[in-house]
Design a protein around this ligand. Structure first.
Ligand SMILES: Cc1cc2nc3c(=O)[nH]c(=O)nc-3n(C[C@H](O)[C@H](O)[C@H](O)COP(=O)(O)O)c2cc1C
Length: 194
């Protein structure tokens, strides 16, 4: 059985190291995961005035999140927190009240930065946001990458063997986690009372 995974990249930069990481993760994912990017680039700045009649990009974003079986967030850390473009996308997805697209979506968080802590503080902030939005999260392994140019080849292949093994392990654990959550939240399950 295959699972549709939507991945969000927290950087808008053309040469984003997180886009390189995301490409590597797509290559290393178990074949039963069907990986598709959910773009955030065309979303306007969140404005509550537009919530009930937003531009098409907002509806497309929410629909893509809702149709995914699981989400994977691949993001840099900006000033020890979540990049604004990504937080903006999450804010749109969480609204209007009662229509939170992230509820019950099994979600993984991983990221690369040029700094030594490899997006650890961004991930901690993201966990608070996703907890509030009722999105179950992969707790372990954690994915903190300090980017070195020699880690990746031009097409997203992972040149560094230790990094490749770790990322492959991460995606295997992520797939198993998504499957656990989906089996527990299947319609009609006894624990499913909300
Ligand atoms: C506005 C801004 C803030 C940043 N803050 C951090 C930070 O808090 N921690 C960190 O490790 N790197 C930080 N960096 C450096 C990023 O790790 C680096 O620019 C990285 O390439 C961003 O990922 P991207 O290439 O996917 O956009 C920051 C970069 C920018 C542009």
């Amino acid at each position: 059985m295959t699972h549709r995974i939507g991945y969000l990249i927290g950087s808008l930069a053309q040469d984003s190291i997180n886009r390189v990481l995301a490409t590597a993760l797509v290559h290393l994912a178990p074949p039963r995961l069907e990986m598709t990017e959910i773009p955030i680039r065309d979303l306007p700045l969140y404005n509550r005035d537009d919530e009930l009649d937003p531009i098409a990009a907002v509806g497309e974003f929410k629909s893509a999140v809702e149709h995914a079986d699981g989400l994977l967030i691949v993001s840099p850390e900006y000033n020890r927190s979540i990049p604004g473009a990504l937080k903006n996308a999450i804010d749109w997805g969480s609204r209007p009240w009662g229509h939170n697209s992230f509820a019950r979506k099994p979600t993984g968080i991983i990221g690369a930065s040029t700094g030594a802590i490899g997006t650890a503080v961004m991930q901690s902030s993201m966990r608070s946001v996703l907890s509030f939005l009722n999105a179950p999260q992969l707790n372990a392994p954690e994915g903190y990458l300090t980017y070195r140019p020699e880690m990746f080849g031009p097409d997203g292949e992972v040149e560094d063997e230790g990094t490749r093994k770790f990322l492959q392990h991460y995606m295997g654990e992520y797939a198993a986690f998504v499957e656990r959550v989906l089996s527990l939240t299947a319609p009609g399950h006894v624990g499913d009372q909300e």
